[in-house]
Ligand binder design. Structure first.
Ligand SMILES: *Cc1c(COP(=O)(O)O)cnc(C)c1O
Length: 390
């Protein structure tokens, strides 16, 4: 099918929940993707911070094919070797040592919230304004942006919102009924907001003093994105619970809740479950993907090439005053414009770069961590060119 035929079919039969770009991608390799018309693009979206190891990575492809030939799914009624091995791997690379597996970011946050409520015996969760935690009713409630919640009430009880990057507001909001504070170490959908030095450390201190759990939503920041395997390591702050998804299995759908031994042992048989969670196939993809991130030093590449990218974008900022701010950490970069950036995304796409606009006026760059300096140079020169016309 050509692009138009696919678009027509979609329009007829798929619920209209997405504001899609008018292309259909057919294949990928590393940080490059091709559409059904054969046009190539440098990918600065990576399936929204998912394809950290790049497209069609041979190790991930091989692991998926090999596992699919044996068993795709068995259910958690039985032991799953790949799942146990993956849990041990996550214990090695994260600050935690117990894992629960599910299928998405929203589900990981749901699990994290249930775990915090069960462990503390309390109901209240504090989250940040401008945050994003998912689209199920409870994670939508946790999401501190009214625009996403409108029309879907009643929301889940027990949530309170405070401004991001304000520790005093959190301290004031904590009561005897507070179970946990849920926070993105870097806000993603909210516009790539990097907290100031010390914020997460102080947040941890306040939570610790008041006996409240700290939950990091690392769904977007995980797996090398911010220059270390996890943002908790980039910012040197250990949370009590971490939720993961997006890049965990190289593009295969998976989520996870991680916690230390004490909190992690709260769940008893029957407390929580997911039919597909931690399936043999998902775990094969995750093991191969995490091994690749380690073997290819992708967190270090993210740090180095992220700094290189940000530097080049700073140079652009000094040239184009329509750029308000360049910010980010590792290969999670936002360029805030002083105008809505939808048209910029179109112009970049027409020139062979796919990027994404979030929070209205922030161009977000979250490419595969395997992107090269040459590819970054191309992205920046295309952006320079299209900005010249504004
Ligand atoms: C994408 C995202 C989610 C939701 O993940 P889904 O897999 O779409 O449910 C939650 N939290 C953060 C920080 C995200 O970036």
């Amino acid at each position: 099918m050509n692009t138009q035929e696919i678009m027509d079919l979609d329009k007829e039969y798929v619920m209209h929940t997405y504001g899609r770009q008018p292309i259909a991608l057919q294949k990928g390799k590393g940080a490059v993707v091709w559409d059904v018309e054969g046009k190539s693009y440098i990918d600065c979206v990576a399936g929204i911070a998912v394809n950290n190891v790049g497209h069609a990575h041979p190790k991930v492809v091989e692991a998926i094919c090999k596992q699919a030939k044996n068993l795709i799914h068995t259910s958690n009624l039985y032991y799953i070797e790949n799942q146990a091995v993956l849990a041990r791997k996550l214990a090695e690379v994260s600050p935690h040592n117990k894992a629960f597996f599910c299928n998405s970011g929203a589900e990981a946050n749901e699990g994290a919230i249930k775990l915090a409520r069960k462990y503390t015996g309390k109901g209240e969760i504090i989250t940040m304004k401008n945050s994003f935690h998912g689209r199920t009713i409870t994670t939508l409630t946790a999401t501190g942006q009214v625009k996403y919640q409108k029309g879907f009430g009643p929301m889940t009880p027990g949530f309170k919102y405070v401004p991001y990057c304000n520790v005093n507001a959190v301290a004031d909001a904590i009561t005897d009924e507070t179970a946990a504070v849920l926070v993105e170490p870097v806000q993603g959908e909210g516009g790539v907001i990097v907290p100031p030095e010390g914020y997460l450390k102080e947040l941890k201190k306040v939570c610790h003093e008041k006996d409240v759990l700290l939950i990091f939503d690392e769904v977007q920041t995980g797996f090398g994105r911010t220059g270390q395997m996890f943002a908790s390591q980039t910012f040197d702050v250990t949370p009590d619970i971490t939720s993961l998804a997006k890049a965990i299995a190289g593009g295969f759908p998976m989520g996870a809740v991680l916690a230390g031994k004490e909190v992690g042992e709260t769940f008893q048989p029957g407390d929580h479950a997911a039919t597909f969670g931690g399936s043999p196939l998902a775990c094969a993809a995750a093991n191969a993907s995490i091994n690749t991130i380690i073997e290819e030093n992708l967190p270090e590449k993210s740090r180095e090439n992220g700094a290189y990218f940000k530097n080049k974008l700073e140079t652009l900022k000094s040239k184009h005053d329509i750029i308000k701010e360049v910010r980010g950490v590792g290969l999670m970069i936002g360029v805030e414009m002083n105008f809505e950036c939808g048209s910029l995304v179109d112009e970049m796409r027409e020139n062979g770069i796919i990027a994404n606009c979030t929070a209205g006026n922030v161009l977000r760059f979250v490419p595969p961590l395997v992107i090269s300096k040459e590819q970054i140079d191309t992205v920046v020169s295309v952006l320079d060119e299209v900005l010249g016309d504004h």
